[in-house]
Write a protein of this length. Sequence first.
Length: 105
Amino acid sequence: MSKFRFNATFGYRILGNPSGIIFHNVLYGAAGMGCRSSSDSTIGTSFNVGQSPVRLQDSGDLTFYLSHRVSDRFRIAVCIPNIGNTSFYVWKKVNQIAGDMCSLV
């Protein structure tokens, strides 16, 4: 298995028009890279961008993360989004994919 992991996501979100609010359909995307530093730890970064559905300022953020497998069922990750806030997340393993990325949707 490769030591490096690359990912990219791009999409178009159709939001609809609830009464009283005008939403615009938007483009969004993300790209990231991770490096497995040991059999249980991964360090990486992710860059996310998206258009504003109400035509305000578009969003973009850069996140750094460190993820460590605690057991076969759990992984702890420290995420530093926009170099301002630090959050701790615990993920439950689903199939063989245990969230190496800090993307919460």
